[in-house]
Write a protein that binds this ligand. Structure first.
Ligand SMILES: NC(=O)c1ccc[n+]([C@@H]2O[C@H](COP(=O)([O-])OP(=O)(O)OC[C@H]3O[C@@H](n4cnc5c(N)ncnc54)[C@H](OP(=O)(O)O)[C@@H]3O)[C@@H](O)[C@H]2O)c1
Length: 317
């Protein structure tokens, strides 16, 4: 009998915006405990719920488990049904056949859940093959411990191999979570975005604000601190100013939307699910205002062109 494939990406259908929770507990990159506190995380969580956000993205490694723990502690305080997506990091020492099951069990414990809505491979990493990981995903899916399988940072070839491996058991690949924003558009050029769209695989756009850079608040005179400053140096901050100006101008034509909201709406207009991170109520509320409206085709084209031009300057430097 031929295997029936379930409707691809059904669990993520219709979701345009979620919230990324890497910063919730992460000191190293985001400065948790210094710039913002557990109280800010709690307030951000409730602001997300109050503003209609129902998709939370986390990972076992975020804050070494703190991000999942926060979500686990906060979920019982709400009545709304939310979707929780988490990830396994396929560290090279995770060689055992039940490595994924054990890692998932620890995530479920921190999250206080019996099942996660989406379980994602965080990065491709040797030596265990994609096919072996998908086999382990199949097992926990069939046991009802996860509702959908996703991957992250997988290129076109690895995505196709994941689809093939899952297909043998009639399980769809629900998503591929990749970096995608106005300053990172590789997936448009290497065929990944088109492939995912054609095969019902939701692209989850991570760092949709380019780690806050596309908010426009960072300038050559006011660069971000810490590790972000290495990635987005003064030259880049200089080069993106025409794009930021365009985004602000377009925002004004949409009843005063901000650059961040325009950046997120652009990602959504491309058919992907945006998961901006947020450290406080203000950021959550602003990011939630990225949905409920759409940029025009002409505005998307103008942003495409400006981001191409900026990309050329950045790659020359
Ligand atoms: N799968 C992966 O490998 C991977 C990798 C990276 C991220 N992710 C996921 O994607 C999520 C989002 O990515 P990200 O956190 O790297 O970057 P992002 O969403 O592009 O930027 C988030 C940061 O931008 C600033 N910000 C957010 N909203 C703002 C607003 N409205 N106005 C001004 N500043 C604002 C905040 O930092 P400041 O206030 O400090 O500027 C915030 O922490 C993560 O939380 C995680 O869930 C996944």
């Amino acid at each position: 009998m031929e295997m029936q494939i379930k409707t691809p990406s059904s669990v993520l259908d219709g979701i345009e915006l979620g919230i990324g929770t890497w910063a919730w507990g992460d000191r190293l990159v985001w400065g948790y405990g210094n710039q913002y506190s557990a109280n800010d995380v709690e307030e951000s969580f409730h602001a997300a719920i109050d503003n209609g956000i129902r998709f939370f993205d986390t990972a076992e490694v975020y804050g070494q488990g703190k991000s999942e723990k926060f979500i686990g502690q906060l979920l019982p305080s709400i009545n709304e049904k939310v979707m929780v997506a988490t990830k396994i990091m396929p560290f090279p020492w995770r060689l055992a056949k039940n490595a994924l099951r054990k890692t998932l069990a620890a995530s479920l414990k921190r999250l206080g859940l019996k099942k996660v809505d989406l379980y994602q491979m965080h990065w491709p990493m040797p030596p265990v093959s994609v096919e072996s990981w998908m086999q382990q995903m199949t097992e926990v899916y069939e046991e009802g411990l996860i509702s959908a399988v996703g991957v992250s940072n997988y290129n076109l070839e690895l995505t196709k191999r994941s689809v093939d491996a899952l297909q043998k058991k009639g399980i769809p690949l629900a998503s591929n979570q990749v970096e995608y924003h106005l300053l990172e558009r590789r997936i448009e050029k290497d065929g990944l975005l088109d492939y995912c769209k054609a095969n019902g695989i939701k692209v989850i756009a991570y760092s949709p604000l380019a780690m806050g850079i596309l908010s426009g608040k960072y300038t050559p005179d006011n660069p971000p601190k810490g590790t972000r400053s290495a990635h987005y140096n003064k030259g880049i901050l200089e080069a993106i100013q025409p794009l930021i100006k365009l985004m602000k101008g377009i925002g004004l034509d949409h009843e005063g939307k901000t650059a961040s909201q325009v950046a997120l709406n652009w990602v959504i207009c491309k058919g992907t699910l945006a998961i901006p991170g947020a450290k406080n109520i203000t950021q959550v509320e602003q990011n939630a205002g990225a949905i409920g409206w759409h940029l025009t085709e002409d505005e998307v084209r103008k942003l495409d062109e400006s981001s191409e031009a900026v990309g050329k300057i950045i790659s020359r430097n």
